[in-house]
Write a protein that binds this ligand. Structure first.
Ligand code: ATP
Length: 285
């Protein structure tokens, strides 16, 4: 009898974490199905990297549960973590070697992706200490993408790059997403980047780290132009929960009629304020 495979998804329910006696994460819930991109944003130190490490299995989950039926996850962490004794090409090809791909093929695939992330052929022969921080980040991204992952975990992968390179890598990521059922969980400090790339934005607050709002973007990433990104980012920055979580003062400036109209476009699908029960479904800010 043929059984239909369960849809792929990553699920977090009631996830918490403490370092020694200090609770840094509490009651984290989210679901990330295949084919979607979720951004995690929040102030520095609110626990985003800790959450990503729990998802990646680098930290043991002791409170709540994390379930995933993705089969080929790959991660890009804040530190590129390249092997210093291997050149860029061999670093990119590392996972392919572990998967038993023959040398000629893995070098060809690694070189192709290396060039796609903007590295020149001679950069691929360099060792990590000969590469800039941004180049090392690109090697780390290529090393993850070359495996054709179905779940990609990204911890600020674009933060060391200039705007031109960022735009190129956004396009590369979009290309990898198109036609693949790849899910992406991405930490970023850049709200504009979150609006440009993701389908859902989870906003976290600190002490302890928790999710205080979730926003769904109302247009597929491939059809988001700069104007859309600027407007939705401005809406996010006007949201009281977002402002509070980042420690921004309440907004005081007068709104134009255009501002008021565009406020209705960003969907807050899940907003939790301290001490209040979560409001769910169809809310608009
Ligand atoms: N290994 C560790 N041992 C003890 N405390 C830690 C450890 N790792 C992180 N922390 C603490 O846990 C809290 C959350 O850190 P984490 O790196 O997850 O936050 P973050 O939101 O990713 O920060 P940033 O945006 O600055 O990268 C911080 O207060 C940090 O000091």
């Amino acid at each position: 009898m043929n059984t239909v495979p369960a849809p792929r998804r990553l699920l977090a329910r009631g996830v918490g974490h403490a370092y020694a006696l200090r609770t840094v994460l509490e009651g984290i819930d989210f679901e990330l199905p295949a084919g979607r991109v979720m951004a995690l944003v929040g102030p520095s130190g609110c626990g985003k990297t800790t959450l990503l490490h729990l998802v990646a299995g680098l930290l043991a989950v002791r409170e709540g549960r994390i379930e995933s039926n993705f089969s080929t996850p790959a991660s890009v962490f804040q530190q590129p973590r390249l092997l210093p004794w291997k050149n860029a090409l061999d670093n990119i090809a590392l996972g392919l070697k572990a998967a038993g791909v023959a040398r000629a093929e893995r070098e060809a695939r690694a070189a192709e992706l290396g060039v796609r992330v903007g590295l020149a052929a001679d950069d691929l022969q360099k060792f990590p200490h000969q590469l800039s921080g941004g180049m090392q980040s690109r090697v780390a991204l290529a090393r993850a993408l070359v495996l054709g992952p179905d779940l990609l975990l990204l911890d600020e992968p674009f933060s060391a790059l200039d705007v031109g390179l960022k735009a190129e890598l956004y396009a590369l990521l979009a290309e990898h997403l198109a036609g693949r059922e790849m899910a992406v969980l991405m930490i970023t400090h850049d709200l504009m980047e979150a609006v440009r790339l993701s389908d859902d934005i989870l906003v976290m607050a600190a002490s302890p780290g928790r999710v205080v709002a979730r926003f769904a973007l109302d247009r597929p990433a491939a059809r988001r132009d700069d104007d859309f990104v600027y407007r939705r980012t401005a809406e996010l920055l006007r949201d009281a929960t977002v402002r509070e979580s980042f420690g921004l003062p309440p907004q005081v400036c007068a709104q134009t009629p255009e501002d008021a109209a565009c406020e209705t476009a960003l969907q807050a699908v899940h907003t939790v304020r301290p001490g209040a029960a979560p409001a769910r479904g169809g809310l608009r800010c």
